[in-house]
Design a protein around this ligand. Structure first.
Ligand code: S3P
Length: 440
């Protein structure tokens, strides 16, 4: 057995060194797109089916909140989801607090929706989410006309008294964040005039693509998006969700960094606002092929084949950072095993993710023997490390649990991942897929 539960260690798992990695993975549905398919269809008029939906703790949080707001969501035996939208006006005041669990996307996008709806709602989440900054959405939504109270001015629980939202505004966001951009655009759906968002660098554009397909006016010009609300409700649309590149990322890095690996990842979303990791790995010299490119439900998709590679250090910064933001801990792992130094800069957003990913990534990789210097906007990783099995903590962060496990496949001996169950936030089948791909 390559993996086993450690008795008495909570939800710890051992990821032992793998002699080789071989096989295929059908990558689970994209988390960002799954959330949006639920929320936007709940606002729309008509029935919509979502296929390839990611069933995970985070998307369950969105379903839970939308149901409390009056949405009708049916989970089908085949894994699909049906949403019966009756328009924005059919949503009503929730009679309980909306618990978003660990999900920043649920909280920030729902806040945008709720800002434009004429009732009171309270959004909360788990201990991690209650420490993440919400002033980044509360500020712009207040400017648009919503009344929002936040704990200590910036944290959840958030109390939202929604209603009249003004259009005609240009909102300039200080950070490239699709959650902030989406919250503003969703509030703008309820306004009487267009809303403009300008970002410092372009963040993922799933909101723009889906709202345009549902009948909203969307004009994108580089870092600027202008939303013109539809005259009536959005129209429901069926969504086929592509595989999540942020999930595939674990196997991409495992495949290129392990000395004896060949992995094929099927149906990976290739939206250009998300493919920064592919660009980074190629710049590091990775043997990575993108095959069978196709379009699925308005999003580009492909299969990705990765093989053991000799990697070299790189510099990662600028507009590349938002295109790879969730994958940067894995880039740091690849960097430990590369030749030379890797510098990750302009990535201060890492500090406000599900954990402080500058600190938690450095802690995990150092525990395994790597040399990592933390910086306020990223990290500097020395290549040429010889990773040795150790105990690594997820720090309540699904991406750190996966980082520890992938590192364990490469390190000598056994690596214990504490908080292994956190993978359920975005990839419930992670440990069983790992068991299938590893050869001992
Ligand atoms: C997401 C946007 C990103 C990302 C998160 C999902 C989204 O956050 O880190 O996992 O679905 O819009 P930011 O928008 O805050 O960068």
């Amino acid at each position: 057995m390559g993996i086993s539960t450690v008795v008495g260690a909570g939800d710890a798992q051992v990821a032992a060194h793998a002699r080789a990695l071989r096989g295929e993975v059908s990558v689970p549905g994209d988390k960002s797109i799954s959330h949006r398919a639920l929320m936007f269809n709940a606002l729309a008029r008509g029935a919509a089916r979502v296929d390839g939906f990611l069933d995970s703790a985070d998307t369950r949080s969105t379903i839970h909140c939308l149901r409390l707001m009056g949405a009708t969501i049916e989970e089908l035996e085949d894994g699909g989801v049906l949403i019966h939208g009756a328009g924005r006006a059919a949503l009503h005041e929730p009679d309980d607090v909306l618990d978003c669990g660990n999900s920043g996307t649920s909280m920030r996008l729902l806040a945008g929706i709720l800002a434009g709806l004429p009732f009171l709602s309270i959004l909360t989440g788990d201990a991690s989410l209650r420490q993440r900054p919400m002033d980044r959405i509360a500020g712009p939504l207040r400017e648009m006309g919503a009344r929002i109270h936040a704990r200590q001015e910036r944290f959840a629980p958030l109390v939202i008294e929604g209603g009249t939202v003004h259009g005609g505004l240009t909102m300039r966001t200080p950070m490239a964040s699709a959650q902030v951009k989406s919250a503003i655009l969703l509030a703008g759906l309820g306004a009487d005039a267009p809303t403009t968002v300008v970002e410092p660098a372009q963040s993922r554009d799933h909101t723009e693509r889906m709202l345009a397909a549902m009948g909203a006016g969307i004009e994108v010009d580089g870092r600027q998006v202008v939303l013109t609300p539809p005259s009536g409700d959005l129209q429901a649309v069926d969504v086929r969700v592509p595989g999540d590149i942020s999930t595939a990322a674990a196997w991409m890095v495992a495949g290129v960094a392990h000395p004896d690996a060949e992995l094929r990842l099927l149906g990976v979303g290739m939206n250009p606002s998300r493919t920064g990791l592919i660009d980074i790995l190629r710049a590091m010299g990775a043997d990575l092929e993108v095959e069978e490119e196709r379009v699925v439900g308005g999003e580009p998709v492909a299969d990705v084949v990765v093989r053991s590679s000799r990697l070299r250090g790189v510099e990662v910064g600028g507009a590349l950072v938002p295109r790879a933001i969730d994958e940067l801990p894995l880039v740091a792992l690849a960097a430990c095993l590369a030749e030379g130094e890797t510098v990750i800069r302009d990535a201060e957003e890492l500090v406000v993710k599900e954990s402080n990913r500058v600190a938690t990534t450095a802690e995990a990789l150092r525990a395994l023997g790597a040399t990592v210097e933390e910086r306020p906007d990223g990290m500097v990783v020395q290549g040429g490390a010889r990773l040795t099995g150790a105990t690594v903590r997820s720090s309540g962060d699904h991406r750190l649990a996966m980082l520890g496990a992938v590192a364990g496949l490469i390190a000598t001996g056994e690596t214990t991942v504490e908080g292994a169950g956190d993978v359920a936030v975005s990839y419930p089948a992670f440990w069983s897929d790992l068991g299938r791909l590893r050869q001992s």
